[in-house]
Design a protein around this ligand. Structure first.
Ligand SMILES: [Zn+2]
Length: 158
């Protein structure tokens, strides 16, 4: 799951080069690696979501790379689309990997809403990591299950 998100498992790449050194050196190197880690670690854990490519066409706003975004988020395009449309007070269609919103919207508001989607439906409220999935417990009712810390959190219905 971690690989899918392109979030490298902590320290793996740093450690792989140390395997051939003796144990004491390894410990020292590991200590050093960890002491240098905090900042790096935060950066790695942040999910790299592609910036939405937004296009206005008549009275419609199209997110061209919507599928790439939802793939990264590991969320159903329909779920994300429904949330965005609701928040932006419009309706939507999914069209060949694109999201078509039936009104003219600016980039900033779409980015904001995408971020709030992630805050609500992606990041675990317990450990703050994005390694979560939504589990449908009843039709349209989801709980967020965290693969990192195991927390189950209720999320609002879209
Ligand atoms: Zn968690």
């Amino acid at each position: 799951m971690l690989e899918e998100l392109n979030v490298p498992i902590l320290g793996l790449s740093e450690c792989s080069g140390f395997m051939s050194t003796d144990v004491n050196d390894y410990d020292k190197l590991l200590e050093k690696a960890y002491s240098e880690l905090p900042e790096k670690r935060v950066a790695k854990e942040r999910l790299e979501i592609p910036l939405p490519e937004i296009m206005i066409q008549g009275n419609k706003t199209i997110i061209k790379n919507f599928e790439a975004i939802t793939n990264k988020l590991r969320r159903a395009p329909r779920h994300v689309g429904k949330y965005l449309a609701k928040e932006l007070a419009t309706s939507f269609v999914l069209e060949g990997g694109k999201l078509v919103l039936n009104s003219k919207l600016n980039d900033r508001i779409i980015n904001d809403k995408l971020k709030s989607y992630m805050d609500i439906y992606l990041y675990c409220p317990q450990c703050k990591l994005p390694d979560t999935r939504l589990e449908e417990v009843e039709r349209g009712i989801f709980v967020m299950v965290c693969e990192a810390c195991g927390a189950r959190s209720s999320v609002p219905k879209v």
